[in-house]
Design a protein around this ligand. Structure first.
Ligand code: ZN
Length: 158
């Protein structure tokens, strides 16, 4: 279980990243971009990726939203920068299973600092805020200029 002290520490990390987001700028040499939108909360972000071969050389974002969505985007960019796409996807999968509450032992070396979001799994509405940046990353790695929404089930007419 997560102790109350650890919970406070997690809160602090999330607040710090939401107030001073890392990689929060437009990336001039981006060769992939993607936009994410979470209508339930009003979170919006745009990701800029510079991908060479299979490696995410650089990644930045811009956007507005709640503290969780911003902190998550900030920490996501910091954790996948320099990684290859396969590793980035693997981190996303761990992150996702942590948030969907399937995995309660978060001693994952893959997640590292990202485990500060483990408490979010208790608030299903907030899970979408925390995963928005990751869904957008996935879209951005695969295509260019895609817009993803957390509520897009009915939009896929094609
Ligand atoms: Zn949000």
């Amino acid at each position: 279980m997560i102790s109350p002290d650890l919970r406070d520490l997690y809160q602090e990390v999330i607040l710090d990243h939401s107030k001073n987001p890392r990689n929060f700028r437009i990336l001039e040499q981006a060769n992939h971009t993607a936009e994410g939108f979470n209508p339930l909360c009003g979170d919006r972000l745009k990701l800029y990726l510079f991908i060479e071969g299979d490696q995410i050389k650089d990644i930045t974002f811009q956007g507005s939203g709640c503290a969780i969505s911003k902190a998550s985007a900030s920490m996501m960019t910091a954790s996948v920068k320099g990684k290859n796409k396969k590793d980035a996807r693997a981190i996303f999968e761990e992150f996702h299973s942590m948030l969907s509450g399937k995995n309660h032992s978060f001693d994952s070396p893959k997640l590292g600092k990202l485990s500060v979001f483990s408490g979010v799994s208790e608030f299903p509405v907030r899970v979408k805020c925390a995963t928005l940046a990751w869904h957008t990353l996935k879209a951005g790695m695969e295509t260019d200029g895609k817009v993803v929404s957390t509520e897009e089930e009915n939009q896929d007419a094609g």
